[in-house]
Ligand binder design. Structure first.
Ligand code: ADP
Ligand code: MG
Length: 401
């Protein structure tokens, strides 16, 4: 058990007065490559990381769902029967509960609904009330998907306690429903799939149209490689507007091309796309189309030549996001450039953009040299110090105790 498990258990005991029935955890994720392709029905290649969110959970006899987090001052309590009066949250409206609580409560709502119980669920034998105490070492708002981690830990716990029997892909969908309809964040399915399905030392090649997955061995540690996360600490505060605008541009581009989504546009179609649409829409389209191809190429290179050979694809991905999709910020560009100059094999921003983190593929013994170079570049540019740490491809959601 890690310190995070201890923290969740301690919070539970302080709240409830006895031990939880169990501890469940789910990880954050890093997307190795494939950015803004998920909602275009395309391909992504994330991996689950060792940083995890832990939910200590136990049943209650009064039909209430109470959630507490070490991040929040106050627990939030709602009757199970009332969840369907709170959610879904109207488009653009703030959730009826504190935003953080909408993640676990949204999962409880979506899972109860999916179990077929719906309203009146509290009277069903298997859908008892619950106490949920949450702790985490996934940095929040850094592009490492602390949101999918809290959803995955909660969904796994409730699926076991309520005996709803959903598989991992179905639980990923529950997490996305919570995030889309309870929190009101219009995100795709990648984060939840990675958090649910991760395996040690592997990336998850996910087809966001079929939701089919293949595990792709990374062999990073064996090859003496490490992945350095460079959290710029720029909060992606304006992401809602920028993200929505990018999604709209993608939909516009697909409509102009006469296809259901940009997944159906290939690199060979780009010349025609350029003739048909305005420059901004075209560049958004070009990012998505070439990024899908880069994911396919990365999977091929990983299988044939190993992780040490994917650096150029990472660098090309970053350039595409910076120049075509225009979702980078100076801090992310600085992190990528400084890491590459210090010898990283590849580097790119990861996550939705407008802040958050970049990753660098480095030789494991170069961690200090690359980190020092990135810190120095940030200081020279007058940016706040970044948070630098390595991540390990790790297991997905599971019951730990
Ligand atoms: P990211 O997923 O990149 O970390 P998001 O904005 O999608 O960023 O999700 C972060 C939000 O998720 C937090 O602002 C908070 O509302 C919620 N959250 C994540 N982890 C926790 C936690 N351990 N306790 C409470 N809320 C959390
Ligand atoms: Mg998130």
């Amino acid at each position: 058990m890690s310190a995070v498990h201890d923290a969740a258990k301690t919070l539970f005991i302080a709240l409830v007065g006895h031990d939880p029935e169990g501890l469940w955890s789910a990880p954050g994720r890093v997307n190795l490559i494939g950015e803004h392709t998920d909602y275009n029905d395309g391909f992504v290649l994330p991996f689950a990381i060792g940083h995890r969110t832990v939910a200590a959970v136990g049943p209650r006899s009064d039909g209430k769902v109470r959630v507490a987090s070490t991040f929040a001052d106050e627990p939030v309590e709602v009757a199970l029967d009332e969840l369907s009066t709170l959610f879904p949250t109207a488009t653009g409206a703030a959730p009826a509960v504190p935003e953080w609580a909408a993640y676990p409560l949204g999962v409880a709502w979506a899972l109860a609904a999916a179990s077929g119980a719906g309203a009146g669920a509290g009277t069903r034998a298997q859908l008892s009330g619950v106490d949920i105490a949450i702790a985490s070492d996934v940095p929040v708002g850094a592009g490492l998907s602390s949101s999918a981690a809290i959803e995955g830990a909660t969904a796994s716990a409730l699926n076991d306690l309520w005996r709803t029997g959903l598989d991992k892909t179905a639980l990923a969908r529950i997490g996305r429903t919570a995030e889309n309809e309870a929190v009101g964040a219009p995100t795709g399915i990648m984060d939840q799939m990675s958090s649910m399905l991760g395996e040690p030392d592997a990336a998850i090649f996910l087809d966001c149209r079929s939701l089919q997955t293949q595990l792709v061995p990374l062999g990073a540690a064996e090859a003496g490689l490490a992945i350095l996360v460079m959290d710029t600490r720029v909060k992606h505060a304006h992401s809602t507007g920028g993200y929505g605008e990018r999604r709209a541009a993608c939909e516009r581009g697909a409509a102009i091309m006469g296809v259901p989504s940009l997944r159906d546009v290939s690199v060979d179609d780009l010349q025609r796309a350029e003739e048909l649409m305005d420059d901004v829409t075209f560049r958004r389209v070009r990012h998505v189309v070439t990024e899908n191809q880069r994911v396919l190429d990365t999977v091929g290179v990983l299988r044939e030549r190993g992780a040490g050979a994917i650096g150029d694809l990472l660098v090309a991905s970053h350039a595409s996001m910076r120049d075509d999709f225009e979702i980078s910020v100076p801090e992310l560009d600085t992190a990528v450039e400084a890491a590459l100059a210090a010898g990283a094999l590849g580097a790119r921003m990861t996550g939705g953009g407008f802040g958050g983190a970049a990753i660098a593929l480095i030789s494991a013994d170069a961690e200090k040299a690359v980190s020092d170079a990135v810190q120095a570049a940030f200081a020279a540019s007058g940016f706040a110090a970044p948070h630098l740490f390595t991540v390990t491809p790790s297991a997905g959601a599971q019951r730990d105790a």
